[in-house]
Ligand binder design. Structure first.
Ligand code: AKG
Ligand code: FE2
Length: 313
């Protein structure tokens, strides 16, 4: 399937460029045209990424009963094969992948960490690897979001000031697409067609192809284009809440993952605003001629509804 699809050339954004105005302009164009771009010079060391992938592989190699001890709860922990259908409208239920979510640890000293961690005996230092990665990715995300604010003609601290980035609902998701093919694979996908729920997603893959985007969801039949792997770059995409904020100026683009036919690992970092943040059309994105297309929505309510739909809860 992948062989017939177009190869895409997505824009490359340099997070460390001193010319922030120029980067903001490029981000705006990328988010309007594609809703996807590569992020380079993000400051995450290659060795850190290697360690995260190594530890992800160690986790998914555990026996199923061991993984099920950390079963999905409170949007954290292990989701087995076929547990999720990212495209709830799909007739084929269950994507061909397994995953593990890690969310915000705790917001106050009195709160307990809702995350589920493998025991140190089973996977030593695993928790430390993931907690460190979480902090680093969140810092990259915040730095990117300040450029996104500039790209929208806003103060670069706009999203901080409205509280979106105060205790944000950010989640790591380790993903494993198995290599073997299944008998009744009648169009079953690794990840069925979906757009991401939140603000932005920062993705790293192991280089095995499979990710595709559809830039025009209204065009039938859908045209799927391969997102080529770029060494060291993060793949960034706009999520639904940023699309709502921008009144559809920035596009939360439909994407999917084909069953790779060989083992594939990826690690997504989803950044959703603080759950009490009210997401309503930005002043810079509407006018009398272009009124807001969506009512204001509480970020936490939006996320809950989307999760419920993809897990059939
Ligand atoms: O694994 C990938 O390349 C993408 C996964 C994805 O789109 C998601 O989990 O939302
Ligand atoms: Fe996605």
């Amino acid at each position: 399937m992948a062989g017939n699809a177009e190869q895409l050339e997505l824009p490359l954004i340099d997070l460390s460029s001193p010319d922030r105005a120029c980067s903001a302009k490029s981000i705006r164009k990328a988010c309007v045209d594609h809703g996807f771009f590569y992020l380079v010079n993000h400051g995450i060391e290659e060795s850190v990424l290697q360690l995260v992938f190594q530890d992800s592989k160690k986790f998914f190699s555990l026996p199923l009963d061991e993984k099920m001890k950390l079963g999905y709860k409170d949007h954290r922990g292990y989701t087995p094969m076929f547990a999720e259908t990212l495209d709830p409208s799909s007739k084929i239920k269950g994507d061909f992948k397994e995953g593990f979510y890690i969310g915000p640890a705790k917001f106050s000293a009195s709160q307990v960490d809702a995350n589920q961690w493998p025991s140190e005996d089973v996977l030593p230092c695993w928790r430390a690897t993931m907690e460190s990665y979480y902090e680093q990715m969140l810092a990259v995300g915040k730095s990117l979001i300040s450029l996104i604010a500039l790209a929208l003609d806003l103060d670069d601290l706009f999203f901080e000031k409205i509280g979106a980035l105060y205790q944000p609902m950010a989640f790591i998701r380790l993903l494993h697409y198995p290599g073997e093919t299944i008998e009744d694979n009648n169009g079953r996908l690794g990840a069925s067609a979906h757009s991401d729920y939140g603000m932005v997603t920062l993705l790293v893959t192991d280089g095995v192809p499979g990710l595709q985007i559809c830039r025009d969801k209204d065009r039938q039949p859908h045209l799927w284009e391969n997102v080529p792997h770029v060494n060291g770059a993060l793949v960034v995409n706009v999520g639904d809440l940023l699309e709502r904020w921008t009144n559809c100026l920035f596009r939360s683009t439909l994407h999917r993952v084909l069953p790779p036919g060989q083992e594939r690992y990826s690690v997504a970092f989803f950044i959703d605003p603080n759950s009490d943040c009210l997401v309503e059309c930005l002043e810079t994105c509407c006018s009398e001629k272009n009124p807001p297309r969506f009512p204001a929505i509480r970020s936490g309510d939006h996320l809950q509804a989307r999760i419920k739909a993809s897990y059939d809860l």
